[in-house]
Design a protein around this ligand. Sequence first.
Ligand code: ADP
Length: 570
Amino acid sequence: MPTESSNDFSQLLRQQTILAQFGELALRSDSLDEILTEACRLVGEAFGTDLAKVVELQPDGKTLLVRAGSGWKDGVVGVATIEAKENTSEGYALKTGEPMISPDIDQETRFEYAPFLIENGAKAVVNVIIIGGKDRPPFGILQVDSRKPRQFDDNDIAFLRSYANLLAATVDRLRVIEEMKDGSARLRLALEAGELGSFELDLASGEITRSSRYDQIYGYSTSPAAWNKDTALAHVLPEDREHMAAALRRETLIDGSSLQIEARIRRAGDDAVRWIEIRGRADGGTTPPTRLVGVVADITDRKLAEEALTTTNATLEAQVTERTISLGESNAQLDAFAYTVSHDLRAPLRAMEGFARILLDDFGSGLGKEGERFAGRIVGAAKRMEVLIDDLLAFSRVQRSEVTLQAVDPARSVDRALAELRASVDDPASIKLEVAKPLPLVLADRVIFGQAIGNLIANAAKFQQQGEPMHIVVRAERRADRVRIWVEDDGIGIAPEHQQRIFNVFERLHGQETYPGTGVGLAIVKTGIERMGGTFGVVSALQQGSRFWIELAAADYGATSAEMGESVSG
Ligand code: ADP
């Protein structure tokens, strides 16, 4: 095969000179096209061929575009493409990363060549890959073409490799520069979108370099000639100035720390008072730091909105307070009214009952059967009304009385309630009550708590299944810093749909004949417990018994009625 070798000393020297020349250019220029074109010219010169090109791998990973070249006819550089297929020397070079040499294209059996190559008279070609940056695909291939068949020896290949590597480093450097330019363009866009002015304050000299938006925020349409920390501070209203000056004092700033500060300024031009916010970062790698880099924003609109909100809130609060007071007043009046009425009703009621009794006792015979029955009903009705008035008074008291919280032993209250209940029934022994001792102390008002427990135990004893004596259990459960006291019975139970309404005054589920009562007891329990900061509820189902619970703050961690040496009857 006819070849032309160029492996002599002068050739080597030429290659070295060209490497050096190219190195200089690569450092000097920031234009990729200029660098690539010059690279092609120089390498062509080094090999004594006037044909060379750089083909760039496109994002599809298989098309190579002739990005730069020297010695080519029009319509090649920037236009011609090569498909990097298996049967091309380019495809092979990309795949293996190894240089590929075709000393004589006409004799080549391994590869096919692009038509433009033949048309431009290329007879021999060598391909060397231009690697990409870290974790990137190759940039492309450096190709030296020759119009005559020729051999490329090891020295040629070594030179081409160094050359291509230098090219790769240059391409990567330019890519980083492009990305930085892109990054700062994006930063500028973000600053513009946020209407932020940017600045850099030299903490030692007080000099400020800044963007035009910064100047606009301070009220200048053109940059003022002299501007530094002092001129900036002069715009700050006197009442905010010291605060701002202190924040910017170099000695108090820590390297790497962030700063955020709001202040009012008087704007140049229209003299308007505006709110600004400065956010910055002190740095420089020394303490105290050397500079503060940051942004400034006009936050007047936000401040006005905040102020409007605060005013609205204050008005709302004032209205709520006013209404709460007037509601409290009318509640108090209503309470007082209920109390007086109940109280004043008692005297005439007693009189009614008393006279009815006199009628029965002293004039019974003259009344006749009918008359006796009516007089008897007057006495009964008066008695029920008295109970009702007593309950209403108790309800009114629980709403109005002072609440004095102290450590209360529930077992004692149970004891007292049981004694009172037994005293009021015909068959005290029929009430079976069991206390799961010891019970933890609760934080409660002794009187209100005693009344609540008394009402629950009285109900538990009352709502028994037909003829079945009641079995009542009182037990307690610790719930973190609270105590839940359960009063459980095995009586008639309560259907779920009625469980909430029975806590209201006068709500009852039965007639007077089956279970007498006024419907006030549970309302007293609920109001009283809630006034002590507790909660009250029930778990029940029809015919399944009822389990009422009261939950209050635990008075004491650990101490119980047993430790206090008290005994509880069961
Ligand atoms: P009173 O007992 O005077 O009727 P309460 O307010 O104490 O009024 O109770 C309201 C209603 O709740 C009762 O009428 C009854 O229907 C139901 N109730 C209360 N406690 C129990 C209980 N332990 N078992 C079944 N029902 C109950």
